[in-house]
Design a binder for this molecule. Structure first.
Ligand code: AHM
Ligand code: MG
Length: 338
């Protein structure tokens, strides 16, 4: 007998303890985890599975899609459309929402995902992942895109799966953060950590420094002070990491602390940022908050932003509380300058 706690057992026991995971939601999470297992398998095969390289198409954001972006999107849709737990899905790779076809029963949940985050790392064998967010469908009418436009604080489940040296699923249903590692021999996700906490203090930041000349004043000030190290106003040295896969960068921060930033910049001044609110920033922000960290766009808690568009972008600062607060303070000070 093994003492290992599978994802299924974890979800069943959580339901018994606090009643927070209704049967449909449990099924949904298990189906998403099963889809992540398939994606992990495809990622692992790499060139042997013919999954690398571009797909010669663009997504709604005008980004060149990779074959794995499309494969992962299809895996998630096919796994989730027939189970009766969902009303509709939305994805980074699809312009419009995907309503569960009439031939299947409709459930009460909405699923949003970035099927393959960190696409630029696919072909170079660096960690990538899947990010997902679950909302409840408002009652009383047929599902429509407007039903998805709920603040991140309304999420009922969120998580990501990182395909790295290990395949790791990180999940919250609003009672802390739990980590599951894929046991390839058993074919199941096994609980490997519970009640994850982001260390409050940190000396590590994650930002794409090549964009420095495009940043606004508060971001520039914060990073500049970090770079001055022990001799500067922060009085301590900082380390830097940037994987360019949000899943991998957030996973590191959940594990050992740090601050992750993808701020607005002047390259595309009309866009609030690069990352997408509903299926990147919201699930990650909730996970970080559930682990005792914080997440802001510089002016507002990310989870309080009420979306107006499915694919809307947002400026992101998340991670250890004290550093996020420092950045937020710099934005507030800049806003109060005459
Ligand atoms: P993607 O969803 O198209 O892969 O883009 C999102 C990714 C994030 O995972 C990562 O933090 C960021 O883009 C990296 O951007 P950059 O290449 O500008 O550093
Ligand atoms: Mg992404």
């Amino acid at each position: 007998m093994s003492n290992h706690i599978s994802l299924t057992r974890y979800l069943v026991e959580q339901q018994r303890v606090d009643g927070s995971i209704p049967a449909q939601l449990r099924l949904l999470i298990e189906v998403v985890a099963r889809a992540c297992k398939s994606i992990s398998h495809a990622v692992n095969k790499g060139a042997l599975g013919g999954v690398l390289g571009p797909a010669h198409s663009e997504n709604v954001q005008g980004e060149i899609q990779k074959k794995l972006d499309i494969i992962a999107n299809e895996v998630l849709i096919e796994a989730n459309e027939w189970g009766g737990h969902l009303a509709a899905m939305a994805s980074e790779e699809m312009e419009d929402i995907y309503i569960v076809p009439n031939r299947y029963p409709q459930g009460e949940y909405l699923l949003l995902f970035d099927p393959l985050d960190g696409s630029s790392n696919i072909d170079v064998n660096v960690s990538i992942g899947t990010i997902f967010s679950v909302l409840r469908k408002p009652e009383g009418h047929d599902v429509a895109e407007g039903d998805f436009l709920q603040a991140g604080s309304q999420q009922v489940a969120a998580g990501y799966c990182v395909y790295g040296p290990q395949t790791t699923l990180v999940l919250t249903v609003g009672h802390g953060v739990a980590v599951f590692t894929l046991d390839r021999e058993q074919g199941s996700f096994v609980l490997t950590q519970e009640h994850l906490q982001v260390p409050e203090e940190t000396q590590e930041f994650a930002i794409n420094m090549s964009n420095m000349r495009h940043w606004d004043v508060p971001t520039r000030r914060y990073i500049d002070e970090c770079l001055q190290g022990r001799d500067g106003p922060r009085g301590k040295n900082f380390n830097m990491r940037w994987v360019a896969s949000m899943v991998a960068d957030v996973h590191r921060i959940l594990t050992r602390g740090g601050v992750f930033m993808y701020p607005w910049d002047q390259r595309e001044p009309n866009k609030p940022g690069k990352l997408r609110l509903m299926y990147e920033a919201n699930p990650m922000s909730w996970l970080i908050e559930q682990a005792g960290g914080a997440a802001t766009n510089g002016h507002q808690r990310i989870l309080d932003i009420v979306p107006t568009q499915l694919h809307q972008r947002v400026s992101v600062v998340l991670g250890s509380k004290s550093e996020v607060e420092q950045v937020r303070r710099y934005y507030a000070e800049a806003a109060n300058m005459p």
